[in-house]
Design a protein around this ligand. Structure first.
Ligand SMILES: *Cc1c(COP(=O)(O)O)cnc(C)c1O
Length: 295
């Protein structure tokens, strides 16, 4: 049992005038195309976690997330596909939306817990599942060593010549995995942090002690995690309508926006060839037409 890639996601040159200036060339790796619901980096992050679960004869996967968690949707779908029971502790009061609806459709058990209780995940797990050997704890967002290893494989088949690889940063697991692979290929990894958390830079540094050159930009969170501005939403629309590439306002729109601005500021030296990772998460894009979430 293993999460095998259905195909190698393509790398495409982006035709967007604002990217084609100051000597930069911009490409995108379409990890978003891997699967509609086990999308982008969530597929990569789950691959070795599921292998581990299989080796340990686990039958139930337990994880954590907010009401708009791409990770929970991915876990629910992968669990259904590979024969695991799935259970999620969902942060906050009970709500219904299209993402939790999908989780339920795939058979995931949803348990809403207060923000206080949610803070201590190991305790929650112990309280409900502590005595059961065949149940696996999967941290919020699927973060961890095995997830990093899966993400490092995003660069396995890319052609040579890229100078930078860039992705959105939530927990930093994806960037850390990419950074390990990138440093071996002489490519500089960069992250665009989508939340207000400068301390993440230190956490990521601790995950990639062997990598010397890397960077996280902290100017593009638009007010914090899942916060948006009219400017970000209008960029999303402009970008989608002129390139055919849909982004989501929580992660990838902030990354593409940041790259546009960094190119405009001549941050990248002329001749730079940038590889942007589209990490997926497009279900999140649909939530902007729902009631605004209080998160
Ligand atoms: C979860 C997610 C991220 C963040 O990945 P981390 O490894 O937690 O940094 C980025 N983009 C999308 C679309 C996501 O769903």
């Amino acid at each position: 049992m293993s999460l095998l890639l259905p195909f190698e996601p393509p790398v495409e040159r982006i035709q967007y005038d604002e990217f084609n200036k100051n000597g930069a060339e911009v490409y995108v790796k379409r990890e978003d195309m891997i699967h509609p619901f086990i999308s982008g980096n969530k597929w990569r992050k789950l691959k070795y976690v599921l292998e581990d679960a299989s080796a340990k004869r686990i039958n139930t996967l337990v994880s954590f997330g907010g009401a708009y968690s791409n990770h929970l949707v991915a876990l629910a779908c992968a669990g259904a596909r590979f024969g695991y029971q799935t259970h999620a502790f969902v942060r906050g009061e009970q709500v219904a939306n299209h993402m939790l609806g999908l989780c339920e459709m795939y058979g995931m058990n949803l348990q809403f817990v207060s923000r206080e209780a949610y803070r201590n995940k190991p305790q929650l797990f112990d309280q409900y599942f502590g005595s059961r050997q065949e149940v696996m704890f999967i941290d919020e967002g699927g973060r961890g060593e095995l997830a990093m290893r899966g993400c490092s494989e995003m660069l396995d088949h890319i052609s040579p010549g890229f100078t930078h690889v860039i992705c959105a940063v939530g927990t930093g697991t994806t960037l850390s995995g990419l950074a390990q692979a990138a440093s071996l290929k002489g490519i500089k990894p960069e992250g665009i942090c989508v939340l207000k958390a400068e301390s993440l830079t230190d956490e990521i540094g601790a995950m990639i002690p062997g990598v010397k050159e890397w960077n996280v930009h902290h100017r593009f969170h638009f007010g914090g995690y899942a916060k948006t501005t009219p400017e970000l939403l209008s960029f999303m629309k402009d970008f989608a309508s002129r390139t055919g590439i849909l982004t989501d306002q929580v992660y990838t729109a902030k990354m593409f926006y940041a790259v546009r601005q960094l190119i405009d500021e001549k941050y990248y030296p002329p001749g730079s060839r940038l590889l942007l990772i589209h990490t997926g998460g497009l279900l999140g894009a649909l939530s902007q037409w729902e009631r605004p979430s209080v998160d």
